[in-house]
Design a binder for this molecule. Structure first.
Ligand code: HAM
Length: 420
């Protein structure tokens, strides 16, 4: 048997219903805030992510699905959405529109991580980006939307962790501090973190390795927040004030480091209490400078992405059901073999106003009704020689048991009344 590739999943049934519920909630809130939907390609030139997400990140160093096209150009399945959206903003000259431009998206992302609960190689995100504004209001707007969408889905066991990674100069000072502090203990660090000490010491704070965690604790390493410059500090305070005014509950987390290099200033994650190791349902931050990294004009931005599968896991853990997909309105049953083609015609006449299926084999009335019930239909329509001759259908309401022989327009009216 050929199976789906490790770390990838088929979406159908209730998994797809959860999926759709998350995408719909994102669509509702993002459009309410005036965002336009965008769908960028699922693969890009590799440099979009190398430059955007950053050479020293785990994503670029070991998690990208990259391949060469026929002209030997390196392409990569997108590990995240922001770099592609900013590439599109630049490419389509969105800078000339009234700023900021608000965009939202939903789609698959790809990371070659070790699969485990809440971590796949193909997963899905919904995301929101505000590009072309540096004001703290848009940071607060973005944070609040990410929170409200999750709350709107009914989730309660949530924690919004808000931090700031400062401006580039602040980060340089912090990295210098970390290097100075950690270099004498390099031998005690994990191999990954020894490498990070050279390339990007802040990444060490994100390490899950036991040795690294112990060392960081023992050395009482100071958090990034203590290294914020004046401008970043003021911005961070303003964002917090706006969030308080909007009634969004957050915790300042001085240790927050995100896994992508493009962030400056505001960064946040929303965690769920019941999800264990992979508890981040979503995260985001400000990325002033990303547009320039990708060869575009200055265009400060801020945004977030939610991990759709993780949100679904969290909903399940809290006993929340997705919006159910609507069932069949009518199941048409031919009572004679030669009436099967007519059953198709009858069913098709109701599409797309009603959801209608038909049996491909003749059935006795009793068996036909049973089958209709099994399919979850609300009504069954029996099509015998009399009905075929008269152009009618004998329709039975499977809930009340009421039965009527009706013309198609009457069937439509009855079913609509019955399901409204
Ligand atoms: P991120 O934190 O890398 O941010 O990913 C956002 C969310 O995607 C995570 O919180 C998690 O729920 C989900 N996720 C990430 N990796 C996996 C995986 N392997 N399996 C399942 N779910 C996963 C970003 O991607 C940024 N682009 C967010 C952003 C938008 N920042 C600014 N604008």
């Amino acid at each position: 048997m050929i199976r789906a590739v490790k770390g990838t999943h088929d979406l159908f049934g209730s998994a797809l219903a959860y999926h759709r519920t998350v995408v719909e909630a994102t669509r509702r809130w993002a459009s309410a805030a005036g965002a336009e939907e965008i769908a960028t390609p699922i693969f890009e030139h590799t440099e979009v992510f190398e430059r955007g997400v950053g050479q020293t990140t785990d994503i670029v160093q070991k998690e990208m699905f990259s391949f060469s096209d026929r002209g030997q150009r390196s392409l990569t399945l997108r590990p995240e959405g922001t770099a592609g959206v900013v590439r599109a903003y630049i490419e389509h000259g969105m800078k000339v529109r009234p700023q900021p431009v608000r965009l939202w998206y939903a789609g698959p992302m790809f990371r070659a991580e070790r699969p485990q609960k809440g971590r796949q190689r193909q997963f899905h995100q919904t995301g929101y980006e505000v590009i072309g504004a540096a004001e703290p209001e848009v940071d607060a707007e973005a944070v609040a939307l990410s929170w409200w969408i999750l709350a709107d889905l009914g989730l309660q066991r949530l924690h919004l962790k808000l931090g700031s990674v400062g401006d580039a100069a602040d980060r340089a000072r912090y990295n210098a501090y970390l290097r100075e502090r950690l270099e004498p203990h390099a031998g005690e660090l994990s191999e990954d973190s020894r490498r990070r000490l050279q390339t990007n010491p802040m990444r060490i704070l994100d390490s899950k390795a036991e040795a690294d965690r112990r060392l960081l604790e023992a050395l009482e390493v100071r958090p990034m927040l203590e290294f914020l410059g004046e401008a970043a500090r003021k911005h961070f305070e303003a964002v917090q004030a706006r969030l308080r005014a909007l009634g969004v509950p957050f915790e300042v987390d001085p240790t927050i480091v995100r896994g992508l290099d493009y962030y400056v200033r505001t960064s946040w994650e929303i965690h769920h209490e019941l999800l264990g190791a992979q508890s981040a349902l979503g995260g985001g931050g400000r990325y002033d400078g990303l547009s320039e990294l990708l060869g575009g004009p200055p265009a400060p931005g801020v945004g977030w992405a939610l991990g759709v599968e993780r949100v679904a896991l969290a909903m399940e853990a809290e006993g929340l059901s997705p919006a159910p997909s609507p069932g069949l309105d009518l199941y048409v049953v031919p009572l004679e073999p030669e009436l099967v083609p007519r059953a198709l015609e009858v069913a098709a006449r109701f599409w797309p106003e009603l959801r209608v299926q038909y049996a491909l084999k003749a059935r006795k009335p009793g068996k036909g009704l049973q089958e209709a019930e099994k399919k979850g239909a609300r009504f069954a329509g029996l099509l015998g020689p009399d009905e075929a001759a008269a152009g009618t259908l004998t329709v039975k309401d499977l809930k009340s048991g009421e039965q009527r022989t009706l013309r198609p327009d009457e069937v439509k009216e009855w079913i609509r009344g019955g399901t409204a």
